[in-house]
Design a protein around this ligand. Structure first.
Ligand SMILES: Cc1cc2nc3c(=O)[nH]c(=O)nc-3n(C[C@H](O)[C@H](O)[C@H](O)COP(=O)(O)OP(=O)(O)OC[C@H]3O[C@@H](n4cnc5c(N)ncnc54)[C@H](O)[C@@H]3O)c2cc1C
Length: 426
């Protein structure tokens, strides 16, 4: 029997998983990657350590994706975090689970993940062509018939489009899939930055650039009203703020700014102490360290780099003896420690955004198979879809799960009679 010919466009995590699965399911599989190497973005994930997945249970996992999360339920039902961990273990990649349920390769090296995936692809019989951008997909009678790469037509039975989003474009993710999918009848939900550092007004952040704070409660106010809050790590930068807590809030901040709303961050630098306890602590310090200058007392409360900013914003002279601090000044200091506000004026470009929000409308994709509802034989996987999650390994799991499903199903379709239920677990 003639083997089905499956073509995978894009060699990121979604494409590599899809290609290997299609080949293992018996298809003749060709992967076309436009860069000189596959998995360039994968190699820089998790600060070079690659946070592959998260051990959260399925409902919690899906809640990290926002509105389009439920679309992934069927993909996760077939290939989820424990399946992925087992898959990598079988490829000889040892894994460790860290704080927050985050799973990493034990070696701490993201390129190891790329290497085992590539080796597995080759063993499974996937042919990989590098420096081979796909410029066009060919469709006849609402059915996919092939692609064009560098002016050459390549016929096939199914195409898996896994070209990623538009963030970190130097890794090859330049948004080609949006245009390609539009030619196949798809709607692209406007793309915008997510998990992106934020820019703030004033020079406070710049004056503290490089300072990393671990236990901060960050409230995000939209037009003065609390919208969300996050507890965790923040980092001040030359232009504003980043760090896990800020990145998690950034998607909602971008959407609010784009809608013309005012976005403010309110930092609680002493979340373990309520106002009363913090006031008692300040009064104790003032009583016992009266001869010191205020700046010296503050160094016991906040990092040294924050002291000049705190004194400016609370309007307390740096050389004021602690015994001369007035009740009003103490109140201002307490309020600032619990509610240090920075106005968000913008966000960094796609080149600095960890993921792309928006993408191909998931309502146009069959969640059981990842096949397009617009063009038969076209499958879509990974970040190109309108799915995006918080940090924590969720985005890579989504790329692997959708890639798995697309690969298996693309290989199974025979002569136009698609398997409507999708394939079962391995
Ligand atoms: C700095 C950084 C750190 C991250 N860390 C994590 C993490 O630790 N955990 C996590 O879960 N997520 C992380 N992410 C997000 C995660 O990397 C992405 O969600 C994931 O890579 C998406 O996979 P993908 O296969 O859909 O797309 P991509 O990884 O973007 O791959 C797309 C591929 O398609 C190729 N391509 C594009 N156009 C064409 C074309 N026309 N023809 C042929 N090939 C084409 C590209 O060259 C690329 O190789 C991180 C992202 C960044 C930028």
């Amino acid at each position: 029997m003639k083997k089905r010919r499956v073509l995978v466009i894009g060699g990121g995590p979604a494409g590599l998983m899809a290609a290997g699965q299609a080949a293992e399911a018996g298809a003749e599989t060709l992967l076309l990657e436009k860069m000189k190497r596959t998995g360039l973005k994968l190699c820089i994930t998790g600060k070079g350590r690659c946070n592959i997945t998260n051990i959260a249970e399925i409902s919690d996992f899906i809640s990290h994706f926002g509105k389009t999360g439920p679309f992934l339920r069927q993909a996760f039902a077939r290939f989820f975090n424990t399946d992925l961990m087992e898959f990598f273990n079988e490829l000889g990649l040892e894994l460790v689970t860290e704080r927050g349920g985050r799973v990493f390769p034990a070696s701490g090296k993201a390129p190891e993940v790329q290497r085992v995936l590539l080796q597995w692809n080759k063993r499974s019989g996937v042919r990989i062509r590098h420096s081979a951008p796909v410029d066009k997909i060919l469709i006849h009678n609402e059915r996919l018939t092939g692609v064009v790469s560098q002016g050459r037509e390549i016929p096939c039975d199914a195409v898996i489009l896994a070209t990623g989003g538009v963030s970190y474009p130097a890794t090859g993710s330049t948004g080609d899939g949006y245009h390609l999918s539009e030619t196949a009848g798809h709607t692209v939900i406007p793309v915008r930055q997510a998990l992106v550092p934020l820019e703030t007004s004033g020079d406070e952040a710049k004056r503290m650039a490089g300072l990393n704070l671990r236990n901060v409660n960050v409230r995000m106010l939209i037009n003065g009203r609390k919208k969300r809050e996050e507890f965790g790590e923040i980092v001040f930068t030359e232009f504003g703020m980043t760090g896990p807590a800020i990145l998690t809030l950034s998607g909602a901040a971008v959407d609010s700014l784009q809608s013309g709303h005012k976005v403010t961050l309110s930092l609680d630098l002493k979340p373990a102490l309520d106002e009363k306890k913090l006031d008692a602590r300040l009064q104790r310090d003032i009583a016992s360290r009266g001869k010191e200058q205020i700046s010296s007392l503050l160094r016991g409360l906040i990092p040294r780099e924050m002291v000049p900013v705190c004194l400016d914003l609370t309007r307390i002279p740096a050389d004021r003896p602690v015994c001369n601090i007035s009740a009003k000044e103490r109140t201002r200091l307490r309020s600032w420690l619990k509610d240090f506000r920075l106005e968000v004026t913008g966000y960094r470009p796609f080149a600095e955004a960890i993921v792309t929000a928006g993408g191909i409308d998931t309502r146009e994709i069959d969640p059981r198979t990842m096949e397009s509802r617009k063009t038969k034989g076209l499958f879509i996987a990974g970040e190109l879809l309108d799915i995006q999650a918080d940090t924590g390994g969720y985005n890579l799991q989504a790329a692997f799960s959708t890639g798995w499903l697309a690969g298996r199903n693309a290989a199974q379709i025979t002569n136009g009679s698609e398997k409507k239920q999708g394939v079962g677990p391995c």
